[in-house]
Write a protein that binds this ligand. Sequence first.
Ligand SMILES: O=CC(=O)O
Length: 313
Amino acid sequence: MDSIGVLMPVPMSPYLEQELEKRFNLLKLWTVPQKSQFLKDNSGSIRAVVGNAGNGADAELIETLPKLEIVASFSVGIDKVDLNKCREKGIRVTNTPDVLTDDVADLAIGLALAVLRRLCESDRYVRSGLWKKGDYKLTTKFTGKTVGILGLGRIGKAVAKRAEAFSCPISYHSRTEKPELKYKYYPSVVELASNCDILVVVCALTEETRHVINREVIDALGPKGVLINIGRGPHVDEPELVSALLEGRLGGAGLDVYENEPEVPEQLFELENVVLLPHVGSDTVQTDTAMADLVIGNLEAHFSNKPLLTPVV
Ligand SMILES: O=CC(=O)O
């Protein structure tokens, strides 16, 4: 398979690069200065693209690569892949579900704890020597808080399971009610937000869910409510979130994702009721390896005419 051109637009995992290089002709787009010329020169050999959560395969890239057969995303979210274009051209698409579920769900709970118990602020309190001048202030209890989950798929269910261990009543909103689950379903996001203390956003990003967290939802969550976003930045109307936090209309936020990564609204930097992470939901050594193995497994299956391991298209 070493003559098959596999295009990687951005660096994502040294282990993945190394394993791809052992098997394919890996073309690292970020290392070349003249990207469009490079793509033209190699368009006859590129049969696969390996994208990620930030850089997938848009219509323009797909049109540039007439021999493209498969987009294997090193991510579970495939909102950066033009799925319609792929369907139209018969290009297969795979992602990396399941292997990252635990890490992302763990991080949602970590963010909730960090916001309510002010973990980052109290760490800074110790490091700056302030503890010697007096005890740290009281914070807010997490155990027993009502957790609302927007999107009860694999990761949403894993968040629910973890939150249950903290005796949190669970409610959710998703496209369809899941009567087999014991959690309370709300038919709208506003109703969910009105009836929970912590709202966790974990649904897929689609045209329907873009800006699903708008001013009405934020106001429904209210001055004691906490928003946790481990989904995608564009789920949230970011200027509305920032003004709600600055005006005290929202109690706090734990964010792993932003509308325009790696840009983060600087007004948030001053707020101690906000915890900001650099999109690291699945970034552990163990999950990086598992995701990379899945990308390679999908490519090997495709180029050996075997069924894909985790097909999306
Ligand atoms: O954001 C990360 C992913 O989609 O895997």
